[in-house]
Structures are given as C-alpha cells and as structure tokens.
Ligand binder design. Structure first.
Ligand code: ZN
Length: 117
C-alpha cells in the first residue's frame, strides 16, 4: 500500500519550501533568497540557500538540494512516504492510498469465505 500519486502531487504543489524549512532552522533573507547555516554539514559561514521562487533549497557547501519533501526526509531521517504524510498534515491535505479499496474488498471477500466454511 502506497500513497496515491494524486496526494503526492498535491503535497508537492502546495508545499512551500521556505515555510517548511523555517519551521526547523532560522533563515536569513538575502535578496530574493534566504540563507542559513547548513543543517547537513558543519560550517561557519552560511552556504545553505532557500529559493521561495523556485521552491527549492540548495547547499553550496555539501551539495544537498531538493524540495520540501527532500528536506524533511534528510532532516528528520524519514522515508518519502512519511515526509509526504507530514506535509499533508501541515497543509490539511487528505491523504489517499493506492490499492486500499482493492485491499478492503479482498479482506471482505476473505471474511465472507471464511464465514461460509
Ligand atoms: Zn551543507
């Protein structure tokens, strides 16, 4: 059972990388971007950049980059699915799972058969 593609796309569309990352680290405005000390490697001068326009983050020190989902996966050490669910909760997006209808049907069928026997 996985998260439906619909839900993943909705989460990626709605998630704001600045919004998500600023929940975890302090971002300092610089021009149209934000910067911070990278949470993924040790550094004294900020090379971790967040671009709200492109909706991505990139560290020029260690090369880590991605979107809101990638950030949560890396920062919290969670799976893609867990990160998507976390963001869905943050933005009140209903999470749909693939195959769940079919699984429910099969379970009901199994129950019916076992009652008959
Ligand atoms: Zn870095």
């Amino acid at each position: 059972m996985g998260i439906s593609q619909e839900t993943v796309e909705e989460v990626l569309r709605v998630s704001n990388v600045y919004d998500v990352i600023s929940d975890y680290i302090n971002l300092e405005k610089t021009g149209s971007n934000y910067r911070a000390l990278c949470p993924f490697h040790t550094e004294k001068t900020p090379s971790f950049m967040v671009s709200p326009q492109k909706n991505i983050f990139k560290c020029f020190g260690c090369g880590k980059s991605g979107n809101a989902v990638t950030f949560l996966m890396e920062y919290e050490g969670i799976s893609f699915g867990e990160a998507v669910i976390k963001l869905a909760e943050k933005y009140n997006i209903p999470v749909r799972f693939t195959g769940s209808d079919e699984e429910i049907k099969q379970r009901k069928r199994g129950l019916y058969l076992s009652q008959k026997r």
